[in-house]
Design a protein around this ligand. Sequence first.
Ligand code: AMP
Ligand code: ZN
Length: 111
Amino acid sequence: MPECVFCKIASKAIPASIVYETADVVAFKDLTPRAPFHVLVIPRTHVAKLSELEDEALGGKLLQAARTVAKNAGHADNFRLVVNNGDSAGQSVWHLHLHVLGGRQFTWPPG
Ligand code: AMP
Ligand code: ZN
């Protein structure tokens, strides 16, 4: 899926502020941050959305990467993890991504 913007970031075809990467996942700063700390964690392989993720091990790696990037930024114990899955949840990029947000107080319920 060469037209996918997050696949292009993962392959470094287009630039991004990458903060963490492993063989399986890449984490980079969100272009439009919604909090002082806002990083997206993605799988290198193209998966359109969480509801299509069948690789349990990859799911675990994404979660571990989320806690690592939060910890590395000084937000080990206070961050919010968000996955927008599908149109009605507000998903706008169709490559699975975990939003890791920190550095401010969050409210509940989300909008
Ligand atoms: P969602 O609405 O959950 O699909 O989130 C998509 C996120 O991707 C938004 O927060 C965008 O700001 C972010 N985004 C889109 N394009 C880029 C990009 N090229 N680099 C970094 N973040 C991006
Ligand atoms: Zn992709």
